[in-house]
Write a protein that binds this ligand. Structure first.
Ligand SMILES: Cc1cc2nc3c(=O)[nH]c(=O)nc-3n(C[C@H](O)[C@H](O)[C@H](O)COP(=O)(O)OP(=O)(O)OC[C@H]3O[C@@H](n4cnc5c(N)ncnc54)[C@H](O)[C@@H]3O)c2cc1C
Length: 160
């Protein structure tokens, strides 16, 4: 295995060009080539969502999302007006596929465990997690039995 970035492919002469930390533009010959470079996230035609909804494909993305969630709690703790707490501690997830469901569960677990006793002014357990989807049920691409199971599991969350 080679740790490096493939920057080009020469189909006629059957080699890829790769660069690593210490070597640049190294040709690597192949007989058969499979490109399995993954995918990027999509906003389904709504690229204006990007500033509010970062991708979730890398560790850096995950840390950025977690920091935003934690910042919301810090902001609520600093807010003296209790009527603002509800807004600051409402998390809306758009898309009830596996990622949305998993993320909603992760926030619910976080508020009940890690954050439970970290604040004085706010009660993290009062946070609301709202999972929105245009389909009639969560996990729409899965069997209905699995969908109902997830819905039942989540009925105890601080959610709507
Ligand atoms: C938040 C989240 C949760 C998920 N949970 C699940 C789950 O529970 N169960 C499940 O089955 N699936 C889950 N998935 C989906 C799963 O991660 C993907 O379906 C799977 O990783 C796709 O595999 P892949 O090999 O096609 O791409 P990737 O896993 O993205 O791998 C592509 C690789 O190619 C490398 N690469 C890209 N460009 C280059 C280049 N130019 N040169 C060299 N290397 C390059 C990348 O660094 C990467 O290592 C989840 C995805 C996300 C985002």
């Amino acid at each position: 295995m080679i740790l490096g970035e493939v920057t080009g492919v020469n189909k006629e002469e059957q080699y890829v060009i790769a660069s690593s930390a210490d070597r640049r533009d190294v040709p690597i010959r192949y007989d058969y080539l499979i490109l399995a470079t993954g995918v990027s996230h999509s906003y389904f035609g709504h690229d204006e969502f990007a500033p509010f909804a970062p991708g979730l494909k890398t560790l850096a993305d995950a840390v950025a999302v977690r920091n935003r969630v934690l910042q919301a709690f810090e902001q609520a703790e600093a807010e003296e007006d209790p009527s603002r707490h509800r807004d600051l501690l409402t998390f809306v997830l758009v898309g009830a596929g596996p990622t949305g469901v998993e993320m909603a569960g992760a926030i619910a677990v976080m508020v009940r465990t890690t954050l439970r006793s970290e604040f004085k002014r706010i009660d993290p357990r009062s946070a609301r997690v709202i999972l929105a989807d245009m389909a009639p049920r969560v996990l729409g691409t899965f069997a209905e039995s699995l969908s109902s199971l997830r819905k039942r599991d989540s009925s105890g969350w601080a959610s709507s």
